[in-house]
Design a protein around this ligand. Structure first.
Ligand code: PRX
Length: 630
């Protein structure tokens, strides 16, 4: 009933979703299994903020992802797992088998005393146990917090401590491309700084020797031998927490974005079905990692809610060669393919021959996510991967939005390169001027905000609700502020320009500049630093660090590699700067504020046009920066 099959249907649903949101979302939600119906669809204000969907209702998302499919599609493949090495054995996990594995893993958690409301941190490579662990937590009402397994021990410890996690679920090691990460050893290092964790449950992946701490560490395989297949799904209130996912913002400390059970389920399922125009029997391949929101919503929850077959890939696009994605599409006859612009730009540089060597006829739709896609990459994707016949959906959304907000719907909507497009039903975007006035002309450029809640809007930042209010709801009272700037064309289609805050988007990974500066400042020879993004042909944005050192510097390269070490250990390799310029001063105003605008211009190479520099305390600093520019 809520499957949109034409542009007219989209328009009709959109109109209804704005005119009578409660009736609209009530109808969408009615297509799911509820243990107890809700008494009110929506209560909200953006002041506190306090947003509640489907209040009074109770459900378990895993019954909707798994149990409800057992009778109709128990033997259908739910997950196809493709290992890092193409020659290794893939896994085809049916809905029945996934249900069994989730129940057993959930019973292991219960055996250790993990239950409803407990926080569980999951730090794992892209192996089936990761999806199973996520669902096992949801099964028993434990709140999962998945941390991407490329983050350092220090980042992991910060996230464990912020969430007060009771257990950590991990693997022994991981191989991604040619890289190896001793996952369990990283967990051990992190746990030296954590006091809340009682148990570590470890899956075997690499079979590397690992230290096991008696009384704390449990081998999953052994524990599974002691439990049964039956695990009733915990009844969860619609607004009980489903998960926490940490993301970077303008301030130094990543924040735990909170999503709740009912609204997230309804929206993840609805958007998966409609944006990707998924048909029964299709094979869907999203290349994200489950450590990011894209993996949560469109590898695990969205596909499974729709009884889909979802591909989970352990490796990277260039291993063993840059044809790997195309080989996987060919091998599993993938119908919908969803990836990041940075991957497309990188694969483009290897020429067309890899794409041409595989049969991509199964493809019906292509999607992108995570950052703006430039027109050249869009056309290459459309022409060489989609052979000019697959629609491209450019999906704009955020960790905080839980699901896609702006996007075309399969081939139903008009498509314009580099434009995310129209809002989904229930989504009410507006563009504001910096003073907070709504720009009502059809064609406009401004700050992208939302003026009404959709079911999977962020509910809070874990442990600090005020931070949620401050970050998203205080800049423009009455609106959710996305942090992005956007343009709207005469047809109402949105084009995202990029972040307007101190967040940078490097290869689709979101990083706070303050977070990177904090890491750099840990180096004993660093006095001060300032980090900005600059346009990068493959990554979208690169990281440019200006660093003031103290004392006499004997060897600049040693300092730079020391700084990179600090970043690797505080955050992880994803935050490694592309350029580090050692400087003697930073452009500051008389009140001591760093003029980042100038730093960005210099990093971009726009040194002739620095704008207004009259408030600079010492204009000579700028000349020195330009002279030493990398
Ligand atoms: O700047 C926007 C960019 O990614 C940010 C959200 O990052 P994150 O929470 O990590 O979630 C990424 C995956 C949903 C946004 O504020 N972004 C995301 N999708 C697009 C995008 N920018 C342009 N076009 C997109 N399609």
């Amino acid at each position: 009933m809520y499957r949109i099959r034409s542009f007219e249907e989209y328009q009709a649903q959109y109109r209804r979703s704005v005119a009578e949101p409660e009736a609209f979302w009530g109808d969408v939600a009615a297509s799911y299994l509820w243990k107890k119906p809700w008494h009110q669809v929506l209560e909200w204000n953006f002041r506190e903020p306090d947003v509640r969907w489907f209040t009074g209702g109770s459900l378990n998302i895993t019954e909707n992802c798994l149990d409800r499919h057992l009778e109709t599609r128990g033997d259908q493949t739910a997950l196809i797992w493709e290992p890092n090495e193409p020659g290794d054995q893939p896994e085809f996990i049916s809905y029945r088998e996934l249900h069994r594995r989730v129940c057993r893993y959930a019973n292991v958690l219960k055996q250790q005393g993990v239950g409803k409301g407990d926080r569980v941190c999951i730090y794992m490579p892209m192996i089936p146990d990761l999806a199973v662990a996520v669902l096992a937590c949801a099964r028993i009402g434990a709140i999962h917090s998945v941390v991407f397994a490329g983050f350092s021990a220090q980042s992991l410890a910060d996230r464990i401590n912020d969430a007060g996690a009771k257990a950590v679920l991990c693997s022994d090691g991981l191989c991604r491309g040619n890289k190896e990460i001793p996952v369990k050893a990283v967990v051990d290092e992190a746990l030296e700084h954590c006091s809340t964790v009682q148990y570590v449950i470890m899956s075997r992946r690499t079979y590397w020797p690992v230290a096991m701490k008696a009384g704390r560490d449990i081998l999953l395989d052994e524990a599974l031998n002691t439990v049964g297949d039956d695990c009733p799904a915990e009844a969860m209130d619609s607004e009980d927490l489903l998960f926490i996912l940490y993301t970077s913002g303008s301030t130094g400390k990543p924040k735990g974005v909170v999503h709740t059970c009912g609204g997230y389920m309804v929206y993840a399922g609805y958007t998966f079905q409609n944006v990707f125009q998924y048909e029964d029997g299709d094979v869907f391949f999203c290349t994200a990692d489950i450590g990011w929101i894209t993996g949560h919503s469109y590898i695990v929850y969205g596909p499974l809610l729709n009884g889909a077959t979802s591909v989970m890939f352990e490796g990277i696009p260039t291993h063993p060669d840059p044809g790997r994605f195309w080989q996987i599409i060919d091998k599993y006859r993938v119908n919908q393919f969803y990836t990041a612009p940075t991957a497309i730009r990188s694969l483009m540089t290897f020429g067309d021959e890899h794409v041409l060597s595989y049969n991509l006829h199964s493809l019906k739709l292509l999607g992108t996510v995570g950052e703006p896609i430039n027109e050249e990459a869009w056309h290459w994707y459309h022409t060489h991967v989609g052979k000019g016949r697959c629609p491209v959906v450019d999906t704009w959304w955020q960790t905080e939005t839980g699901g896609i907000l702006l996007s075309g719907l399969g081939g139903l909507s008009p498509m314009k390169p580099a434009h995310a497009g129209l809002p989904l039903p229930g989504v009410q975007p507006v563009l504001l001027s910096p003073e907070g006035t709504e720009l009502t002309e059809p064609e406009a450029e401004g700050l992208l905000c939302m003026k009404a809640p959709w079911p999977s809007i962020i509910r809070s930042t874990y442990g600090d609700h005020e931070r949620c209010r401050q970050t998203y709801f205080s800049a423009f009272p009455g609106y959710y502020f996305t942090g992005d700037g956007a343009k709207r064309d005469a047809d109402g289609m949105y084009r995202i320009i990029g972040r307007v805050d101190d967040v940078i988007n490097v290869s689709g990974h979101r990083l706070g500049t303050a977070e990177i500066e904090n890491a750099i400042n840990q180096h004993p020879s660093v006095a001060e630093s300032a980090v900005v993004g600059f346009p990068h042909p493959i990554k979208g944005q690169g990281i440019y660090a200006y660093v003031i050192t103290r004392g006499i510097i004997e060897n600049e390269e040693d300092i730079k590699s020391g700084i990179i070490e600090c970043i690797n250990s505080a955050i992880g390799k994803i935050a490694r700067p592309d350029k580090i310029q050692l400087v003697s001063g930073l452009p500051k105003t008389r009140s001591g504020k760093i003029m980042r605008r100038i730093l960005r211009k210099i990093a971009e190479g726009e040194t002739d046009n620095l704008g207004d520099t009259s408030t600079l305390l010492d204009p000579a600093v700028v000349d020195a920066l330009i002279a030493g520019r990398l």
